[in-house]
Write a protein that binds this ligand. Structure first.
Ligand code: 3H9
Length: 687
């Protein structure tokens, strides 16, 4: 039950919001908060007020369940206006995360005191909206336009220390109890008669127009297709006007975006993320496993990236490699990667050194003995991985989690190399591992529930998005990718060019087309895998590989790359190879419309995912959507392949699949039984 309490600490009123789990500003909370604030201001014995929260966090924002539905006042903006009218000091006591409407509430207080580990942000753009409680107007007045633009258009949080340096918080509590620190702060404000600091009365510092145009260019590059970040720039630009005019502009944009389709879609993504953390058959009372030490085996790109993930959250990690030169190469690459991401995150040199200091290089597997979790990231070769696990079985301490970072090998066969398969799990990180959020947590038949739960908790601690999948070939993401790749190859045979296909998918919203992406990743690994497994359904990719065209690494693939350039240009030689394949197979090329290219590349994903859901390899449609959004560049604003299929209408997806299966003679495109059933019941994947 939501409650807002008013207590007295001497002459300071403490208004405590208590609305588990994250103190969202629901209708009930807003009504009660406005009332308590009114009472505190009217009480002659009260000299100042502190707004604090019970439980694990300060207010994490508006109640997302209520947004987009008819709501009644007081709105967050009304409470902010009420705070503006307060004549007694009001101090926010921030612990946990102050997000969205929560930070807007804090910004309307006169001062902000934060716990050392507090984090603050306006993440609304991630939901397809912008702050609607005055955040776009008060934040630039607190921290300047540049940082406000970064925070509001990117939606990421900043830590208490950065917030202090930027002027967003006024004090970091040195004592454990941030509330006590805020009370002391309020008393000082009263005793020393500080003038009340109302952000609305402050002018925004001068901001050259290039700041805004640069932000728009950057958004067009990094957040293509998303409406909210561009609108957020408009709202922040309006902060240069008088406060009330800017506020009106914010309100108009907020209302428009709340009615738009992207909000509904991104809210679906938000709740899918929360759902993914819940695994139906895991007992709730599993004892947590303490992880204080990690080890990573293999200092290649993946191993180095994974080691960085541990170091970034303060977990010491031993990075083990058999070969000295490879270890040195790996460490150098790791430092380079970290330096570049540290620049992006504004990490100080001291912090960078501290984190890198947590990575301990080693040439001996025996140094994994102290680790609570060991992640194997050696070359994708089953026999090699089994050998590593046999050795780890001897070396690792009892109860250690033994994880493999394989992207397609049989996790059960790897587990079987040990005498403790219950402790073995797959943790499929995506490259670059220190940047990509997704981790497929691959649960093998014998993996213990406690190991699954501990792995999920650990990945969340590493600030990853763990999604639990079954140990079937290719798990979920790569198994679906296989279907798309086969269809992409067939599109080339049937008459499309690599540019046609890539353009259609980029227009759909992917950051890169499938062929440009394959050129970047390299064609050779899957070619070798296909040869080893006797797969012959990729004649174009096979022909390119046979001609030594492995993608960017060889300067040619589907495209040609000038020395030092990552931008592919159409290559007549690739066209000739494709044309030879068509001739060999007796295919007369036909032009293929962009809309058909999209159907032929998206619907096979949906069909395969339906099979994986039926087989229990994927637990929920939402998990599939998260995997494709966070691992494969599916545009978040389209909600993922399953949500998209529902938007199109599952019946029409089913009909198109049936048509394509007949036309192309491809059994994999025959609509999956789950799709047939849902259509018969008049349902989609979600409803
Ligand atoms: C906004 O504020 C608009 C304003 O500008 C408009 C003003 C007019 N509402 O993530 P967790 C639930 S927009 C409702 O697992 P964590 C969540 O569903 C909002 N519910 O915990 C889950 O429920 P369940 C801007 C919410 O510790 C439970 O809380 N704010 C909300 O890993 C635990 O969540 C945001 O976008 C909410 N706002 O992470 C912040 N937030 O257990 C969104 C959470 O039933 N929230 N729940 O599945 C977060 O980023 C994370 O939840 C947070 C905690 C970091 C707070």
């Amino acid at each position: 039950m939501a409650e807002v309490r008013l207590e007295h600490a001497g002459d300071v009123a403490v208004i405590e919001i208590d609305n588990p789990p994250v103190n969202a500003l629901s209708q009930a909370v807003r009504v009660a908060l406005a009332a308590r604030l009114g009472e505190a201001m009217a009480d002659g014995t009260v000299k100042a007020a502190v707004i604090a929260c019970a439980g694990r966090t300060f207010v994490a924002g508006a109640d997302i369940n209520e947004l987009g539905k008819p709501r009644s006042p007081p709105f967050t903006g009304d409470i902010a206006a009420q705070l503006d009218g307060c004549t007694k000091p009001v101090v926010a006591a921030i612990h946990g995360t102050a997000l969205g409407g929560g930070l807007e509430l804090a910004l309307a207080c006169h001062w902000r005191v934060a716990a050392p580990d507090a984090r603050l942000g306006l993440p609304e753009v991630k939901l397809g909206i912008i702050p609607g409680g005055g955040g776009t107007q008060r934040l630039p007045r607190a921290v300047g336009v540049k940082l406000a633009l970064d925070m509001i258009t990117g939606g990421d949080m900043i830590g208490a220390q950065a917030a202090l340096e930027a002027g967003l918080v006024d004090e970091i509590a040195t004592r454990a109890d941030v509330r006590a620190a805020a009370i002391a702060f309020a008393r000082r404000a009263v005793a020393e008669k500080w003038p009340l600091k109302r952000l609305r009365d402050r002018a925004v510092e001068f901001a050259p127009s290039e700041l805004f145009s640069r932000a728009r260019t950057e958004i067009a590059r990094r957040q293509r297709g998303l409406e909210a970040p561009l609108k957020a720039v408009d709202a922040v630009a309006a902060s240069l006007k008088p406060f009330d005019d800017g506020l009106k502009r914010e309100q108009a944009i907020f209302a428009e975006l709340q009615r738009g389709p992207q909000f509904g879609t991104l809210r679906h993504v938000f709740f899918a993320e929360r759902e993914a953390a819940k695994i139906p058959d895991l007992p709730a009372d599993l004892p947590p496993r303490e992880i204080t030490q990690a080890a990573v085996i293999g200092a290649g790109t993946m191993g180095g990236g994974i080691a960085l993930c541990f170091a970034a959250v303060g977990i010491p990690v031993t990075l083990i490699e058999a070969d000295k030169a490879a270890l040195e190469r790996g460490l150098a690459a790791l430092r380079r990667n970290y330096e570049s991401s540290a620049r992006r995150q504004n990490l100080s040199a001291a912090e960078l050194d501290k984190r890198l200091g947590l990575v301990k290089p080693s040439l001996q597997l025996a140094h994994a003995a102290a680790a609570d979790v060991i992640v194997e990231a050696v070359f994708e070769d089953l026999a090699l991985k089994q050998r590593v696990f046999r050795d780890l079985d001897r070396i690792a301490k009892p109860g250690a989690i033994l994880a493999t970072n394989t992207s397609y090998q049989d996790v059960e066969a790897i587990a079987a190399a040990t005498a403790r398969p219950a402790d073995v799990i797959g943790l499929h990180f995506f490259s670059p591992a220190h940047i990509m959020r997704l981790v497929e947590v691959v649960r093998a038949k014998e993996t213990a529930p406690a190991v699954v739960a501990a792995s999920i908790a650990l990945m969340r601690r590493l600030r990853k998005l763990p999604v639990v999948v079954g140990a079937a070939p290719g798990f979920v993401g790569n198994r679906m990718l296989f279907e798309r790749s086969r269809e992409a190859d067939r599109l080339l045979r049937d008459g499309a060019s690599p540019q046609d296909v890539d353009r259609a998918m980029v227009e759909f919203g992917f950051p890169m087309g499938p062929f440009a992406a394959t050129d970047l990743a390299g064609l050779d690994i899957s070619w070798r895998m296909r040869k080893a497994r006797g797969i012959v359904e990729f004649p174009v990719a096979d022909a390119l590989c046979e001609a030594g065209r492995f993608g960017q690494k060889t300067g040619t693939g589907y495209y040609r790359y000038e020395a030092g350039s990552r931008q592919g240009v159409p290559d007549p030689e690739a066209d000739r190879i494709i044309s030879d394949v068509r001739n060999r197979l007796g295919v007369a090329p036909q032009p293929i419309a962009a809309a058909v290219i999209v159907e032929r590349l998206i619907y096979p994903l949906v069909n395969q995912a339906a099979r994986l859901l039926e087989a229990g390899v994927a637990l929920r449609p939402g998990d599939v959507d998260l995997i494709w959004i966070n691992g494969y560049g599916f545009p978040a604003w389209r909600g993922g392949p399953m949500f998209y299929a529902d938007q199109i209408g599952l019946e029409s997806v089913r009909d198109r699949l049936g048509h394509l299966a007949r036309e192309l003679g491809e059994p994999a495109l025959v609509p999956a039984p789950l799709i047939e059933r849902r259509v018969k019941e008049g349902r989609g994947f979600y409803a």
